[in-house]
Design a protein around this ligand. Structure first.
Ligand code: IPE
Ligand code: IPE
Ligand code: MG
Length: 254
């Protein structure tokens, strides 16, 4: 079909190459059990482990997890401290296993707010796993979609100031190359657990054509079976990228 020949294979893809997840609902999971919020966050870590494994088993290429947003600093200081400690301890404990399982780990977000210790740990985890070619796991910490876009604008502005780029040359391609996750295909499937139907400043640019899946299931309860349901739902979507349904059907039949 010549009219769709420019559109990439995403039209025909029944499985997502890249899944992005807002892991929401830890606090409510704990409250429903009469437990303090930290218990929900700890249980949430177990769910992360399960979903990373499930993605590996399902042959998913990339997984981006929203672990801490640039707005989460507004939480009580004790909760922020707990989340940071949990993050450090989990990373320390899990990175060898991830490496052994050929997972490539990276982090997106503004690291400048973190302690030296945490930054070092993040750098070390990235270097250790950099050459792995299994699941590519990106963890968004102190990440905000608006921050990401502003950072890209800042980089391009600096290039223009230095005479390396004419502003008229700025386009979607070189702009997106400056954003987080530029090395990955854009997410095909977005999942938000916990029932809220909002983006909460996650990947604003990158989600432009992503299929959005919302589930009431709270993050600590989100398991391999829940992931399979989301994948099944995804397989039933018709992605059109602006084309008509008939055009897409013709392409699929070709
Ligand atoms: C998501 O769960 C974890 C983080 C944002 C770090 P929440 O802590 O937001 O859980 P709820 O929304 O209060 O239930
Ligand atoms: C989004 O969840 C951020 C993460 C899951 C890390 P929140 O629970 O912070 O989102 P809002 O504030 O309810 O939108
Ligand atoms: Mg929440």
């Amino acid at each position: 079909m010549s009219e769709i020949s420019q559109i990439d294979s995403r039209l025909l893809q029944e499985r997502p190459q890249h899944i992005a997840i807002i892991m929401d609902g830890n606090g409510r999971w704990a409250r429903r059990r009469g437990l303090p919020r930290p218990a929900g966050h700890r249980e949430g870590v177990k769910a992360v482990r399960g979903i990373v494994e499930a993605c590996r088993n399902q042959g998913i290429g990339a997984l981006t997890l929203f672990a801490f947003s640039s707005e989460n600093w507004r939480r009580p200081r004790t909760e922020v401290r707990l989340l940071m400690d949990l993050f450090i301890n989990t990373l320390k404990r899990e990175v060898r296993d991830l490496h052994a399982n050929n997972v490539q780990v990276s982090f997106i977000g503004d690291r400048s707010a973190f302690s030296d210790k945490l930054r070092r740990l993040m750098d070390e985890s990235e270097s250790l796993t950099a050459d792995n070619d299994g699941l590519r796991l990106a963890i968004a910490v102190n990440y905000g979609g608006r921050w990401d876009i502003v950072e890209a604008a800042r980089r391009l502005a600096a290039e223009a100031r230095d005479g390396d780029l004419d502003p008229s040359e700025i386009d979607e391609e070189n702009f997106s190359a400056c954003l987080s996750l530029a090395q990955l295909p854009e997410p095909d499937l977005f999942i938000r657990t916990g029932g809220e139907q909002r983006i909460s400043n996650f990947l604003l640019w990158q989600l432009a054509y992503t299929e959005l899946y919302f589930t009431e299931t709270l993050w600590p309860d989100f398991d391999a079976q829940c992931l399979s349901e989301a994948l099944e739902w995804f397989a039933g979507r018709q992605r059109r990228f602006g084309h008509t349904g008939e055009q897409v059907e013709r392409l699929k039949g070709a």
